[in-house]
Write a protein of this length. Structure first.
Length: 386
């Protein structure tokens, strides 16, 4: 299986920028100055080590790069310039250079018609932050405007997620086929990682492989524990796909054939609950109303079930906005078409090792949520109706 290049990188970049700048204008942000690699990549659709970018509310962003990176960045972006300032605590002229940088940022904002307006920043060293304060800049955390702009995916982002869904369908079938007594959690991690690379993913952000008593409490990292016949085995997989996009889904399967009534009960509950939550999602639904309409579950499952996300968005970073948990105050917002959400659940009793974790990545359409991957369930626990 190969990833098909169905998306347009130029259109992807242009439409992401248009969404961000529209959000900046709505939020009264005059400009952004971004240094975090993932934020720079979101603007330029290019990974630039040590890069920075100035984003006006209208107009072409300016990429600031090291001299050794300037050539390849120019192939993808029109306005590329040497760094105005880079943090170097050992530089005796750091204070002076940071003030010159702040003055040049002010001049840029004046050039773009946003002098005196709010400047959004993501990550600055203390010297740079102090320089902006000394020059009287009105500052705001850039992540606030970025998270709002990123939550609705462009047509090309959706195309990328459709291709990544094919990888997840293959990976979960591979996991299911490789579950044999004697294989360790760590060995399964390496097997899956190799398969992920072979299938064309850009990398692996995180993988949790848990089995038996490691299912509850859900262990973050795989161990040397070996599977036994009758073990529940869960995998939560976070893959980087094209453009750095993260796909996040999970499944639980049975190693061997010794299914117990407890396992069947947990699996049926998790399956029915997760699918009921997905069916609830629709554009225009407020997050508060969504939380109020969640399907009921017996109280004995609440401590584990509600310690995980109900749903969270995905993009270039994990757990993007909106991030929804049962115990948190509802976000004052509504669901929108083209949001990409991971819908998560874990069913377990606090007093038992057994647990079933299921997580589905869905795309919100005009008609509701649709699953972005054809990942099999465990028919030995669910039955023919799966």
């Amino acid at each position: 299986m190969q990833i098909d290049k169905t998306w347009d990188d130029r259109r992807l970049k242009d439409e992401r920028l248009a969404q961000l700048q529209q959000t900046m204008r709505e939020q009264a942000i005059g400009a952004l100055y971004l240094t975090e690699g993932v934020d720079v990549r979101y603007i330029l659709n290019l990974s630039i080590p040590g890069g920075a970018v100035f984003v006006p509310a209208d107009g072409v962003p300016i990429a600031f790069v090291r001299s050794l990176d300037e050539g390849y960045v120019r192939l993808a972006h029109s306005d590329v310039r040497p760094h105005l300032y880079r943090a170097d605590p050992s530089d005796p002229e750091a204070d002076e250079k940071s003030l010159r940088w702040a003055d040049e940022l002010g001049a840029l904002m004046e050039d773009y018609g946003s002098a005196g307006e709010v400047l959004g920043v993501d990550s600055l060293d203390p010297i740079a932050f102090a320089a902006l304060n000394r020059r009287g800049f009105r500052l705001q955390n850039a992540e606030k405007v970025l998270e709002i702009a990123k939550t609705v995916k462009t047509q090309d982002e959706v195309l990328i997620y459709r291709e990544m869904g094919k990888i997840y369908g293959s990976i979960m079938r591979y996991l299911k086929s490789e579950l044999e007594p004697g294989v360790s959690e760590e060995e399964m991690l390496r097997k899956v990682y190799s398969q992920v690379v072979l299938l064309g993913a850009d990398g692996l952000l995180q993988i949790n492989v848990c089995s038996g008593e490691n299912m509850n409490l859900w262990r973050r990292w795989p161990t040397a524990r070996r599977f036994s016949d009758g073990d529940l085995v869960g995998m939560d997989l976070h893959i980087y796909g094209p453009g750095g996009y993260i796909f996040d889904s999970a499944r639980t399967y049975l190693c061997g054939s010794k299914a117990t009534d407890t396992y069947r009960e947990l699996y049926r509950r998790a399956h029915d609950y997760n699918n009921a939550v997905i069916q609830t999602l629709r554009p225009g639904l407020s997050i508060a109303d969504f939380k109020a309409s969640l399907p009921s579950a017996p109280e004995e499952f609440h401590p584990v079930l509600y310690s995980f996300h109900i749903a969270h968005s995905n993009g270039l970073t994990p757990g993007e906005y909106p991030s929804i948990m049962k115990g948190h105050k509802p976000i004052d917002d509504v669901f929108r078409v083209n949001q990409v959400l991971s819908v998560d659940c874990v069913f377990a009793r606090e007093t038992d090792d057994a647990a079933v974790k299921l997580e589905e990545l869905v795309l919100l359409t005009e008609h509701g949520a649709v699953k972005m991957a054809d990942m099999p369930y465990e028919e030995k626990l669910l039955g023919a109706s799966a």
